[in-house]
Design a protein around this ligand. Structure first.
Ligand code: P6P
Length: 333
């Protein structure tokens, strides 16, 4: 019989057997996959469904929402509320905690950015959804943000969907990082990228170079050395990428290595940085570390940061371990 790739469901069954315990994690990730399939359909239709462009509203970050931001958020909330495992959820698109009716017995908390990089939607560039799953702490009130304010090391699962030329779901439940590709004919995700791993070294870095005038000295030193190429202190040439879609950048790094930086700088310092800790930096750091990479603020491991707010922003330097450590060493000098 011809060998067919393992489906997400069968992979989750295997992972649950290895981890022991109940099948809840299997159900949680299966529902995430369903939500991402539905969002993929909305996005893949592009202008044909009339859902491109602005929603005419702003999110909690004061950012203009695209119609697909709202659609993706509604899908994530509706699909992941059904099984009753989450008494509450937190979304980049919602200021407060979203309490799930009838799920008071749930033991997990879901945090997500339903459509990251949505400024790329109208120009048909890859975007993604990012999710993080925490346990509800014993005795905590899930309706309060405090229940969510756990360090990244407390995550029990994390991942993203990448809506690109193909739609992929990349996840970790603490047993490495594994990529699944959506087959639109069967509607199933199949294991296509088992055991994704980040090389410790790289010649590729990603940063929004238009912000160079705001960078702190250690970041400027690192980038200048890369730009100096083989004639400079690094003794080798580097390449640069910037997609302005964190999911796409992280996927490239999980696939072939690299360094992604959105550091705190003189302009965003008052806000603590650009990217959000709880539903962007922490889940991506979980994946990166599970794949053998590193994720730092420049001054400390991202997943050790004690959160102070649901929408807290943070400096992000993640990817190939030796490069992350180099940037961190420059901060320490
Ligand atoms: P800039 C998208 O809005 C996002 O949150 C990340 O996905 C991305 O890496 C970054 O912001 C892009 O920021 O300043 O280049 O638009």
């Amino acid at each position: 019989m011809s060998q067919i790739p393992q489906t997400l469901t069968h992979w989750l069954i295997d992972a649950q057997r290895k981890a022991g315990g109940d099948s809840v994690m299997l159900q949680l990730l299966d529902d995430i996959a369903t939500a991402c399939k539905m969002i993929s359909h909305e996005i893949a239709q592009g202008a044909m469904l009339g859902n491109l462009g602005k929603a005419g509203s702003e999110n909690v970050q004061g950012e203009e929402q695209k119609q697909l931001d709202v659609i993706a958020n509604d899908i994530f909330l509706a699909v992941n509320a059904q099984a009753g495992h989450y008494p509450a959820m937190a979304s980049e698109e919602l200021e407060d905690v979203y309490v799930v009716d009838g799920a008071a017995e749930g033991k997990y908390l879901l945090l997500f950015d339903p459509l990251d990089g949505s400024s790329n939607i109208d120009v048909n560039v890859s975007v993604g959804s990012i999710f993080s799953i925490l346990r509800l702490p014993e005795g905590a009130d899930p309706s309060q943000a405090a229940a969510f304010l756990q360090t990244g090391v407390q995550q029990v699962a994390a991942g993203y969907a990448l809506y690109g030329p193909s739609t992929m779901l990349v996840i970790s439940v603490g047993q490495g990082v594994h990529g699944f590709t959506l087959d639109r004919n069967t509607g199933l995700f199949y294991l296509t990228h088992p055991d994704m791993s980040i090389p410790a070294d790289t010649k590729e870095f990603a940063i929004n170079a238009s912000r160079a005038r705001f960078w702190e000295a250690p970041v400027k030193r690192y980038v200048d050395e890369c730009l100096a190429g083989k004639t400079g202190p690094r003794g080798r040439d580097f390449n640069m990428r910037w997609i302005a879609s964190m999911v796409a950048e992280v996927h490239r790094i999980l696939t072939r290595g690299g360094l992604f930086m959105y550091p705190m700088d003189a302009e965003n310092q008052a806000k603590g940085g650009k990217l959000r800790l709880m539903y962007e930096a922490n889940p991506m750091s979980f994946l990166v570390e599970q794949a053998g990479g590193a994720a730092s603020t420049g001054r400390q491991r991202i997943m050790d940061v004690a959160p102070t707010g649901l929408h807290q922003r943070i400096s992000v330097i993640l990817g190939s371990k030796n490069e992350v450590e180099r940037v961190a060493s420059y901060h320490a000098e």
